[in-house]
Design a binder for this molecule. Structure first.
Ligand SMILES: [Zn+2]
Length: 278
């Protein structure tokens, strides 16, 4: 089955991972800008990172027949430095005309601090002003529920942003309903340790029906699995779900969300343009 991994950090993965993903059916992935595992020393570090995401990484993926898209921002961890964040936010528009850029992300909160909220709001303002899609990282563990509430309130406060142009990522059982009820798309992250497992994601698809729901690996430089989306497909098949239901979550939903970006022109093999427009 052709599938999309809508959230994976390929700069931290090997070329062998691209090959294994291609063999497993991955036709497209999207790579949000994130924390490198260490704080960058200044804004030029972000310029080079954005060049990597919009150039080199795209051609690396193409060698395996995988379309590469990306999102740009300064992540919540480094957003604690507001002065640095403002320099990065000012730089982002230089890259917004690159063909593989989907929008602003993954912005969000980490420890739910005042500085993180300030920078989150300024990213939202940029997205609203430039008409970009938004991908939102929600915090981990005990910070997730209050952080998600703060995020949903701030997004609601930016009236120029239509809810269906925002994806709330890393949702879990206690946050998914609020995000869906607010009209957003949601991402369920399939991680070996925290966040969500393929079985819990399948439970949520059964409970909420699959509309506006996506699954991703969020593979990065830590313990994670770039083949987590195929694991979800396997789990859904083993429960007896039909191929159409699975395909909606792993292919059609990300295509519909990304399709709202004017630069997005991907059409899956063997499909007509109408699927991407759906
Ligand atoms: Zn991420």
């Amino acid at each position: 089955m052709q599938y999309i991994d809508p959230h994976i950090h390929m700069v931290s993965r090997t070329t062998d991972d691209y090959k294994r993903m291609a063999l497993a059916g991955c036709v497209l992935l999207s790579e949000p800008a994130f924390w490198a595992g260490f704080d960058r020393s200044g804004p030029e570090g972000f310029r080079d990172y954005f060049r990597q995401l919009t150039g080199f990484e795209r051609s690396r993926a193409a060698q395996y027949g995988i379309a590469h898209y990306c999102w740009l921002c300064i992540n919540a961890k480094e957003a604690e430095n507001v002065a640095l964040s403002r320099e990065v936010i000012k730089m982002i528009p230089e890259f917004l005309d690159r063909p593989n850029v989907l929008g602003i992300g993954e912005i969000g909160l980490n420890k739910n601090t005042r500085n993180e909220a300030t920078v989150f709001l300024e990213h939202l303002e940029l997205a609203a002003r430039t008409g970009e899609l938004v991908l939102v990282h929600t915090p981990h563990l005990a910070d997730k529920y209050p952080g998600t509430r703060m995020i949903l309130d701030m997004v609601r406060g930016e009236s120029r942003l239509a809810p269906e142009r925002v994806c709330i990522d890393h949702v879990e059982e206690h946050t998914i309903r609020q995000a869906l009820d607010a009209g957003h798309w949601v991402g369920m992250t399939l991680y070996p340790t925290t966040k969500c497992t393929p079985a819990r994601a399948a439970d949520m698809v059964e409970q909420y029906g699959g509309d506006r729901m996506m699954v991703n690996s969020a593979g990065d430089w830590g313990h994670s699995d770039p083949l987590a989306v195929p694991e979800f497909i396997f789990e859904m098949r083993s429960r007896g779900h039909d191929e159409a239901t699975i395909r909606k979550v792993v292919l059609e939903n990300p295509l519909a969300f990304f399709g709202q970006c004017a630069r997005f022109d991907f059409v899956p093999r063997g499909e007509t343009a109408s699927l991407a427009d759906a």
